[in-house]
Design a protein around this ligand. Structure first.
Ligand SMILES: *[C@@H]1O[C@H](CO)[C@@H](O)[C@H](O)[C@H]1NC(C)=O
Ligand SMILES: *[C@@H]1O[C@H](CO)[C@@H](O)[C@H](O)[C@H]1NC(C)=O
Ligand SMILES: *[C@@H]1O[C@H](CO)[C@@H](O)[C@H](O)[C@H]1NC(C)=O
Ligand SMILES: *[C@@H]1O[C@H](CO)[C@@H](O)[C@H](O)[C@H]1NC(C)=O
Length: 448
């Protein structure tokens, strides 16, 4: 594991179009929770972070370091935290109620070298174990990517454009397919908003890749982290009082395994309802995401209720148990998995992958279904998918206030405060090289 990183490897990550700083356009329906409502501010703030399987560092790429990363080793872990805080200090914009830093592009490689012992299990250090459960082509499969940065520049037609791109395949000249990622942002000076065009390609060696654009908390623990982070959510949205507006146009889907998240929300609370404090043994990352790829089946069904949440709550607050086969909306749920450290789970249950986050996680994955109509979410297969590019106004707050999340019996309900809101895809171990391509714009989080 290379731990040699210099600050010069991070400086090119900054995008500061600070020759032009116009004020943001206020949102029509209420105060915005993000620093740049609707992505309309000419002075763009965006950062990049590359991750490995458990949101830590695997192996740094030669002359590249970790574009922004953490490590299972305490020393460089501290260093990665410092990098993000340092970037934040350079990009920070003064604002009320809080200064903010940047949109975050998150790239993640799902390879896990189980012989390395690099990832904890539900937050607990565990020894290496036999390969087989996770993709890995051998030693070095958890490498960091090569990253190129095209700094934002203004052309002769008043268009500002910049981007990040690169690959996890470090030895691409050796032939065969290579993984690829690209985010290019573009905006006309003084009008409209930034359009972020994304591309993600998997390869034989990197079959499980994720690329998201995230609105993260400006401090504290964003979804999936266990240390201080930086972001653009100057007010943290709390269920049920917020909506998310965004425009999404998916051009290529990324194949049958592409779990395209029209929206993914992440937070953290302990099983006893207390807020997270960075103790990875008891903190639990909670995610809920709507998957719009119509090829994604519902693993939750009347015959597999262990893949469903224990109950569903309707918009009029009627609770429907998952064994109520006449009423439970099985088709609305792809998969529910419980935190691996929960002590009082109702059987049958499925627990979440214990290795892919620094702490235990809980996942509630939704599918388009008529039951979500009330919240403005996709109601049928194909909504939001290729050929159905559109602007969404999602009542994420209302919906997330009625989702099931595990807590110990009798514990006071956790406040559902969301520290990460993101859009993008997770191509989940594809047996073929796949390409996903989409644009995201108008992103706003509106407090209601
Ligand atoms: C990244 O983009 C630049 C500029 O468009 C291009 O020259 C380069 O080939 C791209 N990098 C990769 C790895 O394809
Ligand atoms: C890339 O090639 C170099 C030199 O041949 C080798 O040391 C390294 O392990 C390779 N890296 C990966 C990730 O395949
Ligand atoms: C609540 O909604 C369900 C359908 O979602 C409906 O069957 C039921 O009658 C409603 N109950 C009340 C009290 O409105
Ligand atoms: C349904 O599940 C609940 C527990 O959530 C249980 O009390 C009830 O007996 C079950 N009903 C049937 C018909 O199995």
């Amino acid at each position: 594991m290379a731990q040699r990183v210099t600050y010069s490897t991070i400086l090119p990550l900054l995008v500061t179009a600070n020759w032009l700083v116009l004020s943001g356009v206020p949102s029509a329906n209420g105060a915005s929770a993000v620093g740049d409502p609707g992505m309309r501010r000419d002075g763009l703030r965006v950062a990049f972070e590359a991750w490995n399987f458990c949101n830590e560092v695997g192996q740094e790429a030669p002359d590249m370091g970790s574009p922004r990363a953490a490590d299972c080793f305490d020393l460089s872990n501290l260093y990665a935290v410092e990098k993000e805080l340092y970037l934040g200090s350079l990009c920070e914009i003064s604002d009320t109620p809080k200064p903010w830093q940047f949109w975050m592009v998150m790239l993640k490689n799902g390879n896990y070298d189980t012989n390395s012992g690099l990832c904890p299990e539900n937050g607990k250090k565990v020894p290496p174990f036999k390969p087989g459960r996770f993709p890995c082509f051998g030693s070095g499969c958890m490498n960091q990517p090569i990253l190129y940065h095209q700094p934002t520049a203004l052309d002769g037609n008043g268009i500002m454009r910049g981007g990040f791109n690169g690959s996890y395949d470090l030895n691409s000249s050796t032939g065969g397919s290579t993984s690829y990622f690209e985010v290019v942002w573009e905006k006309k000076v003084g009008s409209g908003g930034w359009v972020f065009a994304h591309k993600l390609r998997t390869s034989r060696k990197y079959p499980w890749l994720m690329l998201y654009l995230r609105a993260d908390a400006t401090k504290g623990y964003s979804g999936g982290y266990h240390y201080d982070t930086r972001g653009i959510l100057k007010t943290l949205p709390e269920s049920p009082n917020f909506k998310v507006r965004l425009s999404l146009d998916i051009k290529q889907g990324g194949g049958p395994k592409s779990q395209f998240y029209l929206i993914d929300i992440g937070s953290c609370w302990k099983n006893n309802g207390a807020r997270c404090d960075g103790d990875v043994l008891t903190d639990v990352t909670r995610y809920s995401e709507m998957i719009v790829n119509p090829e994604t089946p519902a693993w939750c069904s009347s015959t597999n209720i262990g893949n469903c949440p224990p109950y569903h709550i309707t918009p009029n607050n009627t609770k429907i148990l998952r064994n109520d086969t006449a009423h439970f909306p099985y088709g609305a749920y792809h998969y529910y998995c419980a935190p691996g450290n929960a002590q009082h789970l109702e059987k049958p249950y499925s627990t979440c992958d214990p290795y892919s986050n620094p702490q235990a996680q809980e996942l509630l994955q939704l599918l388009p279904h008529p039951i979500w109509r009330e919240y403005g979410y996709p109601t049928k297969q194909g909504d939001g998918w290729i050929g159905n590019g559109r602007t969404w106004e999602l009542d994420v707050g209302g919906l997330s206030s009625r989702l099931y999340f595990y807590q110990d019996p009798g514990s006071p309900p956790a406040r559902r405060i969301w520290t990460s809101i993101d859009v993008g895809t997770e191509v989940f171990v594809s047996d073929q090289d796949q390409v996903a391509e989409w644009t995201l714009s108008d992103f706003d989080v509106i407090l209601t």
